[in-house]
Design a protein. Sequence first.
Length: 315
Amino acid sequence: MAITIALFLISLLTLSPLSSSLSLNYYQKTCPDAEIIIAGTVKNAAGKEKTVPAALLRMHFHDCFIRGCDGSVLLNSKGDNKAEKDAPPNGSLHAFYVIDDAKKALEQHCPGVVSCADILALAARDAVVLVGGPTWEVPKGRKDGRTSKASETAQLPTPSFNLSQLRQSFSQRGLSMDDLVALLGGHTLGFSHCSSFENRLRNFNSTHDIDPSMHPFFAASLRSMCPVKGRPKNAGAPMDPSSTTFDNTYYKLILQGKGLFSSDQALLANPKTKGLVTKFASSHEAFVDAFAKSIIKMSSITGGQEVRKDCRVVN
Ligand SMILES: *[C@@H]1O[C@H](CO)[C@@H](O)[C@H](O)[C@H]1NC(C)=O
Ligand SMILES: *[C@@H]1O[C@H](CO)[C@@H](O)[C@H](O)[C@H]1NC(C)=O
Ligand SMILES: *[C@@H]1O[C@H](CO)[C@@H](O)[C@H](O)[C@H]1NC(C)=O
C-alpha cells in the first residue's frame, strides 16, 4: 500500500498538469504563423489520405500517456534502443510524415522554435476539427523529450482493460473518470485490427463462447469480418460505422452492446460512467464540450527538455 501511494505521488509530481507552464500565446512573438502552418499541413495530408485525422489523434494520446506529451512517440529507434513506435502493438500508429512535413515548414520559417510535442498537440486538434469535431485553444510551450523506449508502451491502456484498470491508468496521469469517458470518445474515429477484440468473439470464457455483453448480431458480423481461416492480412473493423466523422455515435453504440473493445463496453460497468455514456449518447454538444475540456487537460501533461530540430531524432 505504501509503495502504491509513493508511486502515485511520484507520478503526480512528474506528470501533473499543474506543474506545466504552457500558454496560449507561447509563439506569438517567436513564430506567429506556427498554427497556420501546421493546420495547412494537416489539411493537405487529410485531403489525400482519409485515415490521417484518426492517426494524428491516436498518436497524440500515445505520446501523452508515455512520459507526458513530449514527442517520445515520434522518435526513431537508434542503435540497440527500440523506440515506442517500434513496440509490437504499433499497427495503429502511422502518418508520422505529417509531423515531419509540418516541422520542415516550421524550421524554414522560425528555426529551432516550435517543439515536436506542440506540433503533435496542434495537429491532433486540427485533425478533430477537419472531421467535424469541436475546436479548442491549445496551450503551447511543451518541450521534447530525449528518451523513447518500446518497453514503456506496456503502460498504455489496452483494448481488454476493465473499468478499474482504465480508471487506474487515467488517474495515474491526473485524469478523472469524467476525462476517461470523454476521451474514450476518440474511438469515434479509426479502424481496429481483429486482434484487439478477437478475445470477445470466440472462447470468451468457459461458460460463454461470445462475450455476453456484446449484441449477438454485432458479434456475428465481427466474426465474419475476422474469420479464423483465410483471414485477409489487414482484417478488422471500423471503430464505429461513421469512423471518419467525429460524432457521438460511439456512445450510442455502447448503449446497444455494440462497443468494439471490452474497454469500450466496460464504461457501462459503473453507474457514474454509464450515466456519462447516456448523457453523451443523447447530446452531441455535451460530448464535444467535455472532450475539448479533457483533451486540454491530457495534452497539458508535460515532460520534455528540448526543442528538437528533427522530430525523429534527439538534438
Ligand atoms: C512496427 O515495429 C516493427 C519492428 O518491431 C517495425 O519493423 C515496423 O516498421 C513498425 N511499424 C510501424 C507502422 O511503425
Ligand atoms: C479488472 O481486471 C483486473 C486484472 O485482470 C482484476 O484483478 C480485477 O479484479 C478486475 N476488476 C473487475 C471489477 O472485474
Ligand atoms: C464468463 O463471463 C461472463 C460475463 O462477463 C460472466 O458472467 C461469467 O461468470 C464468466 N464465466 C466464468 C466461468 O468466468
